[in-house]
Design a protein around this ligand. Sequence first.
Ligand SMILES: *[C@@H]1O[C@H](CO)[C@@H](O)[C@H](O)[C@H]1NC(C)=O
Ligand SMILES: *[C@@H]1O[C@H](CO)[C@@H](O)[C@H](O)[C@H]1NC(C)=O
Length: 300
Amino acid sequence: MGPSPVSTALCSALLLATARLASASSENGKEALLPSYHYGAPIPIECMNRSIETGEHISDENEQIQWIPFPECSESGRSLEFHYGVETELNCTIPMIDDPFFHLLEFYVHNDAPLACRLPSRPAAQVEIVGESPPEQEYIPLVFALAGTLQKSHLHISTHLNVLLHSVPKHHLHHHDSGVLDSGAAYSTSPLSHMAGTASKRLVIGDPLPLQFSVRWFPTPALPKTEGTVEWQGMGGHVYASTIFYALVSFTAGTLASAVYFFGVILPKRLRGRGMGGATPLGYGVNGVGNGWGISKRID
Ligand SMILES: *[C@@H]1O[C@H](CO)[C@@H](O)[C@H](O)[C@H]1NC(C)=O
Ligand SMILES: *[C@@H]1O[C@H](CO)[C@@H](O)[C@H](O)[C@H]1NC(C)=O
């Protein structure tokens, strides 16, 4: 007797599920094999090499952007680096601002070009799997938003920057693993008082540039929470990120239909009912929908 249709179907369903499971666990396995930063591990910083004439980034012969180490700090005698998970006040004096670097600073301060850098999201892989090409190194962007003003003969530069770094929580397969980088931001503080304040420097070519970094870490991509919940304010009440996410997901399918219904049926009725007042149909609609989109931008 051959196999019944039911058992055949069951069998193939089971096979399919097993195959899916296997492929899922091999993905997880690969992820687990990739190295992650341990607490205190040095994280090198590379920045785009730029033309001092135009501020444009420089590409190599393969049209790849050329990344060069952040300038050397006289304190450490090494290029600037952060350390995984280490919150610190870090001094980095660039010993002498030469003519090319001075011109680049002018580009940065004027936002003609960003001081665009990158950090490896995880340490380089040490172990190679036989028969597989080593995984490509991934980087997170870190743009130093440097504030200052340009004068005829000199520059004023804000010398204190906050550096915020987010890491990704890991399910610790090996407990000494700490995690990988998720994202980061760096910006001059108090840019408006930088000409008077102590955290600023009047700079001419040949001067040292004493930079100070306040480095802080977040253990997740999320910003700090209140009572265990990410809280969004300023929408006339407390709205929770998870609520918005759920709402976005569940409403995506019906959005078009409901929008058509709202703008086509409900809104005209309401407007007729209340008279136009000060609200134009468009203004009314945009306000009603606007909050949702504003928040959705902040989630992704
Ligand atoms: C950056 O590019 C310039 C112009 O091509 C080059 O002269 C310079 O050596 C590069 N900098 C580094 C650190 O490679
Ligand atoms: C960093 O520099 C500031 C200003 O020069 C100084 O007051 C501070 O002690 C230095 N901090 C460290 C850790 O060296």
